[in-house]
Design a protein around this ligand. Structure first.
Ligand code: ADP
Ligand code: MG
Length: 563
């Protein structure tokens, strides 16, 4: 039994729910209705333990005060209005991954059979192998239900899962929910704006501007509100203040309580004790599942694959355009003492011009590689979390560890970073004949790409929309070149203040350091606008950037986002 006793919620001085008391037995199918903005979603979130603001009153589940001991992830499922799943996967794959993320291996001895029975139960068998992007609205809601049912929750909370559906699909979904409430003593609470199928429910809860106006059997509803049909209910509600409705309901509640009791159908009379609850899989298992799913989604995303291939192959070519004939060798001054003064001056002038050209070319090619890799970094991760935030929040609710999630992103992105940076370094080294030690240069290229990827992953975890996140990521890349001080000298104070944050500077500096001992190093020194930092410091700073990005991404994932 779920029991709310005098529950209120307040946020920013605004009462979202006011003194709600209601009970819902096991095996019960309850509708929550009311005009838009009356607090229906807030009530569901309150039960799920994710409501915004300060709570008063108590919520009891069985004999447990939920403020003391929250639901286990497998006890409760929350189905949002728009089912959330990866568009590239098939319905069966979505259920498969949901099962692996939510239920320990030991508790799912026969996954295939479980998936088949879930497909059957939700009427999804015929669409099981269709990609999510081809599913209709009704099929998506069924899929969302199937995914939530993988952990066999005792409470199923559905928020407007029939909204926007045609009457036929709506009818089917309500009947499906009704059926689900008749199994294993499951409590199903469904927020709905449709007053069509009220007779299928065991109880109807009417909210009006945060107040409880009614909670009882559907066939008393019209009588209680003095209307001919439920359609007139909302107009009727508007005639009185919420406090009046609440006071009136408090008076009538006792009289109706008995009737409500006899109307509910507790089909599982077992005592309400906590059985051994299945716990969520450990973080390592979740990490492996997420990583595998990410690879599968990536392999199915045609445009993303093409873009990645285009960047990996195209960007090094872009660099090569500037040094297709290789880096010119720098001729020595002959230092011939026997030459006359004029010839010596001419030679020195030529050397200066030539070395300034070569120095700028070497420094420019390094910076160009670095900037292109930061651009790839931003493209790697700017949308990575923000684009699937809804799915992630849903999975977090059902027991997904944010650490496992961020780790799966980090490992997946590392693969991209490794391919992009290695190919860039190897290509430029061999095709342009870029001097210096390739191994050390690859380290710097890998680090700068990883740093930008990691920082943009953090951005992606902090912002709500993928568009915002990728825009901010691109801005971050845009600042790299001017603030690196590699092209135009920065004022001393500004340079010192911003340099620690500019990944491109450290990578550029580190790569130029690999030329130490070669002629190019001295020449580059004469043309660069900023001092070069020692290689070890460059590696340290870039590693800090990577670590900071990952930690912020983790914090961003721990924090709840979206409705
Ligand atoms: N996080 C929040 N912060 C402040 N106000 C909120 C928040 N969530 C919902 N509200 C407000 O609470 C009221 C009830 O919202 P909600 O429960 O979503 O309504 P319903 O689902 O019935 O349409 C609305 O006025 C809404 O603006
Ligand atoms: Mg709502």
């Amino acid at each position: 039994m779920l029991e709310l006793a005098n529950v209120s919620i307040e946020t920013n001085g605004h009462r979202l729910l006011e003194n709600i008391s209601a009970t819902f037995p096991k095996g019960h199918f309850g509708a929550i209705i009311g005009p838009s903005g009356c607090g229906k979603t807030t009530l569901l979130k309150l039960v799920a333990g994710i409501a915004p603001g300060d709570e008063e009153g108590t919520v009891l589940w069985k004999t447990r005060d939920l403020s003391q001991q929250d639901f286990a992830a497998s006890e409760i499922a929350y189905v949002p209005q728009f089912g959330v799943a990866h568009e590239e996967l098939t319905a069966r794959e979505c259920i498969h991954f949901a099962l692996r993320l939510r239920v320990r291996r030991a508790d799912r001895p026969d996954s295939e059979a479980t998936i088949e029975s879930l497909l059957e139960e939700t009427g999804m068998r015929d669409f099981a192998d269709q990609p999510v992007k081809t599913l209709s609205g009704g099929q998506r809601r069924r899929l969302a239900l199937a995914m939530e049912l993988t952990c066999q929750p005792e409470i199923l909370l559905c928020d407007e899962v029939t909204s926007g559906l045609d009457p036929h699909s709506e009818n089917e979904i309500v009947r499906l929910l009704h059926g689900l409430s008749r199994r294993a003593g499951r409590l199903v609470l469904s927020v709905t704006h449709s007053l069509e199928h009220l007779s299928l429910y065991d109880s109807v809860t009417v909210l009006y501007k945060g107040a409880l106006a009614y909670q009882g059997p559907p066939d008393f509803l019209a009588h209680y509100f003095g209307v001919d049909s439920p359609d007139q209910l909302y107009a009727r509600l508007a005639l009185r203040e919420p406090a009046e409705w609440a006071a009136s309901w408090t008076k009538h509640r006792n009289a109706l309580a008995d009737a409500a009791k006899s109307n509910s159908q507790p089909n599982d009379p077992s005592p309400e004790t906590d059985a051994d609850l299945p716990s969520s899989p450990g973080p390592v298992s979740q990490f492996l599942t997420l990583f595998q799913r990410r690879l599968l989604v990536f392999s199915r995303s045609g445009p993303q694959l093409l873009l990645q291939a285009g960047l990996v192959l195209g960007f090094p070519l872009l660099v090569a355009v500037f040094a297709l004939d290789g880096i010119p060798a720098v001729k020595n001054l002959s230092m011939g003492l026997d030459l006359d003064v004029l010839t010596r001056l001419n030679e020195a002038r030529e050397f200066l011009i030539q070395s300034s050209k070569v120095g700028s070319l070497v420094s420019g090619i390094v910076m160009f590689q670095v900037i292109l890799l930061t651009l790839m970094g931003a493209n790697n991760s700017g949308r990575e979390i923000a684009a699937e935030r809804g799915i992630f929040e849903q999975e977090k609710l059902s027991g997904l560890s944010p650490l496992a999630y961020v780790a799966s992103k980090a490992v997946f992105l590392s693969v991209l970073v490794a391919v992009q940076s290695t190919w860039m370094g190897v290509f430029v080294h061999h095709v342009c004949g870029f001097p210096g030690n390739l191994g050390s240069q690859l380290v710097m290229l890998l680090l700068v790409n990883a740093a930008m990827t990691s920082i943009c992953l953090a951005v992606s975890s902090l912002l709500s929309s993928p568009e915002q996140a990728s825009l901010v990521s691109i801005y971050l890349v845009g600042f790299q070149l001017p603030l690196s001080g590699a092209v135009l000298a920065l004022p001393d104070l500004l340079g010192t203040a911003v340099r620690p944050f500019i990944s491109a500077y450290w990578s550029w500096s580190g790569i130029l350091q690999t030329l130490r001992g070669e002629r190019y190093y001295d020449i580059v020194q004469t043309v660069v606008q900023s001092p070069l930092a020692p290689a070890a410091l460059c590696i340290a700073v870039l590693s800090i950037h990577i670590a900071a990005g990952l930690v912020i991404a983790w914090i961003g994932c721990e924090r709840r986002k979206l409705a």
